[in-house]
Design a protein around this ligand. Structure first.
Ligand code: MN
Length: 419
């Protein structure tokens, strides 16, 4: 006997997409519906693939609903599955924990929400499947939920559903932490995990199969690339194949444009146009939101960094995007170029030469750089709370290098002008 099922998680239905900047109002509406459209595509896929059931491993919703419409809309999608005899198994995650999302939901008959009080098992006799899972009662579940899951039921294809921050994903909120060894110890065939939005090209473990599906739709610049779900095929109680299927309608891309030393404004325009076109094409007609980083040691550096002209340069990038397609927009433009001067001045005996050599030494000495960071970090924290959008999730070291380069440029430009 063979059947297929879909493993999805982190749909975050009606989560607002962040950082879109200026965008056509008509387009904005479509963009803000992206998490819903991704779910519609997921349902279409389930129907097309004739799956036996759909697993949702937590964070179906982004949080408390604005109103009942979010719930009603979702129920209507579940009914579409019901019309095709497709069952749904759902556990709550930290975003849609029972304490957080208290609106009473009456799911259609094909939807089973697993208990938040203890691990629950549901068996499907027609396909010989046992599904084990436990949802979140409160968002901050810090115990290892998997440890208390029951042992596998013999003669069944055993699936564990879990919303978890698995060991090794330390930068994420440490909810329901567990280890691969704990999961392996249960003797299941498949672990359908949720919580980590990143899509890994490979499973975390092959036997049992342990994987995060990632989220169904990227919501900001840190959730780049294709997003979707996993379609698994089982034959005679054995997992045959697991494949990724995209469901996203909008993709976030970060583009680095390296300017040549002698590039002029026209060449910059061409490079921007080419990079944006390529990104839009790569996303196969999906709405594309791009962050553009301009880098390189170049003669345009001073002009690009002139505070009075920066608005124009950024406008130029936005215009380039608008000309290519109305389904392409710019999230942010980051100008991170540097002057040609410092390379040259490093060999000279004057003040500029000394400064350049000092900076070069500092750059090559991670300890010295780290020594500067405590002071700068408190400064940065103040800055980022004052200025939304500065709060990148990058580590301080990466930031330090960026600042060092910026400080060097400011000093060199200033000193050069004074000379
Ligand atoms: Mn989560």
């Amino acid at each position: 006997m063979s059947f297929r099922f879909i493993h999805a998680a982190d749909l975050h239905i009606d989560s607002p997409l962040q950082g879109l900047g200026r965008i056509d109002p008509a387009m904005m509406q479509r963009v803000q519906l992206a998490t819903r459209t991704a779910f519609e595509k997921l349902v279409d896929l389930a129907v097309r693939e004739e799956v036996a059931f759909l697993l949702i491993a937590g964070d179906l919703f982004d949080g408390q609903w604005q109103d009942m419409r979010t719930g009603q809309w979702t129920i209507a999608q579940f009914r579409r599955l019901d019309a095709h005899g497709i069952r749904v198994f759902y556990i709550r995650g930290n975003h849609d924990a029972e304490s957080k999302l208290q609106k009473s939901i009456r799911w259609p008959d094909n939807v089973s929400e697993l208990s938040v009080k203890q691990a629950e098992t549901i068996t499907l006799d027609e396909v010989k499947v046992a599904i084990h899972g436990r949802g979140f009662a409160r968002p901050d579940v810090l115990e290892d939920l998997a440890a208390a899951y029951p042992a596998a039921i013999p003669g069944h294809f055993n699936i564990g559903m879990l919303h978890t921050s698995l060991q090794g994903y330390d930068e994420h909120d440490p909810y329901a932490p567990t280890t691969i060894d704990t999961l392996r110890g249960k003797g299941y065939d498949y672990w359908a995990l949720g919580h980590i939005h990143l899509r890994e090209a490979q499973a975390l473990c092959e036997h049992p199969y342990v994987a995060y599906s990632g989220n169904t739709q990227g919501r900001h610049i840190r959730e780049q690339g294709a997003k979707g779900c996993l379609v698994a095929s089982v034959a005679d109680g054995q997992l045959e194949e697991v494949r990724f299927e995209p469901t996203d309608v909008l993709r976030w891309s970060e583009l680095e444009i390296v300017l040549a030393a002698d590039a002029d404004a026209q060449q910059l325009d061409e490079q921007i146009r080419d990079a944006l076109s390529a990104a839009h094409e790569k996303n196969e007609g999906r709405f594309t939101v791009a962050r553009v980083r301009l880098t390189g040691r170049c003669q345009l550096h001073a002009e690009l960094n002139d505070p009075l002209k920066q608005g124009d340069w950024i406008g130029r990038v936005r215009d380039a995007a608008a000309v290519i397609s109305d389904e392409l927009c710019i999230e942010k433009v980051k100008i991170r170029t540097s002057a040609q001067r410092s390379e040259r001045s490093r060999g000279e005996a004057d003040l500029l030469g000394e400064l350049s050599r000092e900076v070069a030494l500092l750059r090559e000495d991670p300890e010295a750089l780290a020594g500067l960071s405590p002071e700068l970090k408190s400064l940065f924290d103040k800055l980022s709370s004052a200025q939304a959008g500065l709060s990148d999730e990058r580590d301080t070291n990466a930031r330090m290098e960026e600042w060092l380069a910026a400080a060097e440029q400011i000093l060199l430009t200033g000193l050069e002008g004074a000379a």
